[in-house]
Design a protein around this ligand. Structure first.
Ligand SMILES: CC(C)(COP(=O)(O)OP(=O)(O)OC[C@H]1O[C@@H](n2cnc3c(N)ncnc32)[C@H](O)[C@@H]1OP(=O)(O)O)[C@@H](O)C(=O)NCCC(=O)NCCS
Length: 299
């Protein structure tokens, strides 16, 4: 049976990202619970202005519990979806088991419904937490195969440093005008997530192919396997053009989204991860071809 809410000693607030104390409390909550530092986001243009955090604060101004909703439009099977994402869901250990998370989840979903979002998505390692609200898991697949021969570039790619102001402005402008990386599944806009994810994994390289006006998020491992995480561009270049611009000739490639715009065919492989992508709304829709959202959209 569902427990009642026990919020004694706590104050409910929403929309506190513009308040430096509220934002700092969220940074501490996510550092303490997940070991993730989202503080650098302030140097990368700040949180998405469409974000709406919901939280219970204690008397000292610490966040006991938080969940944040934000606009996350995406494409699935060629259809544009006006969707929201839920992220940063956490409750500090002393405050667990009092119904605080259920209370915030209901508030956040109610906000999404009132705002007219037709779907809500989230990542979680605890799917059973969200199934009662109508969320269902979407299977995720990456693609792997032999790398194509690189085509000759007009100019070599340049590494970008997202924390440098000129590079940040360039990235923001490309993120604003990006096209989904795949018609099967891909985000339409996710500037804040892309930018913070450049800081959370030290192995991710961000390169600018000027002749293609494309930014590529990629990795290469010691065995020479190329991993393509995301492409930010108004027109997606082929994988051959990307490798040409990066001036690399790997033996094998893996792509962390469906490569339908890359002029390359890989073999889909189920993504091995403890984290699930869950979707609420849109009936029982699922990608008709194996697909996943780029790790640079992870939230
Ligand atoms: C998971 C977490 C948010 C739950 O917070 P909480 O305030 O204790 O949750 P509530 O008291 O509101 O319980 C809400 C419901 O979730 C269930 N629940 C609690 N912890 C759960 C878990 N680890 N897995 C699955 N269900 C869980 C409760 O039984 C309750 O079910 P009910 O509504 O049927 O009674 C909290 O334990 C936490 O912050 N964990 C670490 C971070 C995390 O996992 N965040 C969510 C990842 S997306």
């Amino acid at each position: 049976m569902a427990q009642r809410l026990d919020s004694a000693g706590l104050t409910f607030r929403r929309d506190y990202f513009a308040d430096p104390a509220g934002w700092a409390a969220l940074v501490r909550l996510l550092r303490d619970i997940f070991g993730i530092d989202i503080g650098p986001l302030q140097r990368l243009g700040g949180p998405d202005p469409a974000s709406m955090p919901f939280g219970w604060f204690d008397a000292e101004g610490e966040l006991a519990a938080n969940i944040s909703a934000f606009a996350l439009p995406f494409v699935i099977n060629g259809r544009s979806v006006h969707a929201a994402g839920l992220q940063s869901g956490a409750v500090r250990p002393p405050w667990r088991g009092r119904g605080l998370y259920r209370n915030l989840t209901v508030k956040a979903l109610d906000w999404c419904d009132r705002r007219g979002f037709e779907a809500v998505i989230l990542y979680t390692d605890k799917p059973s937490l969200y199934e009662p609200y109508g969320f269902r898991s979407i299977p995720l697949h990456r693609y792997e195969g032999t790398a194509p021969a690189a085509s000759a570039p007009a100019a070599p790619a340049r590494r970008l440093l997202p924390t440098a102001s000129g590079d940040l402005a360039l990235l923001q402008s490309l993120l604003k005008n990006r096209t989904p990386v795949s018609t099967s599944l891909g985000v339409t806009a996710n500037a804040a997530m892309f930018l913070i994810n450049t800081q959370l994994d030290a192995d991710v390289r961000i390169s600018f192919l000027e002749d293609r006006q494309a930014v590529v998020a990629w990795k290469i491992d010691e065995a020479g396997r190329f991993s393509l995480l995301d492409v930010v561009a108004a027109e997606i270049p082929t994988l051959a053009a990307i490798l040409g611009g990066l001036a690399i000739a790997p033996a094998s490639a893996e792509v962390f989204f469906r490569p339908d715009k890359l002029g390359w065919v890989g073999v889909p492989q189920p993504l091995k991860s403890g984290t699930r992508l869950m979707l609420r709304g849109l009936g029982d829709i699922a990608p008709t071809s194996p697909a996943m959202l780029s790790p640079m959209a992870d939230f």
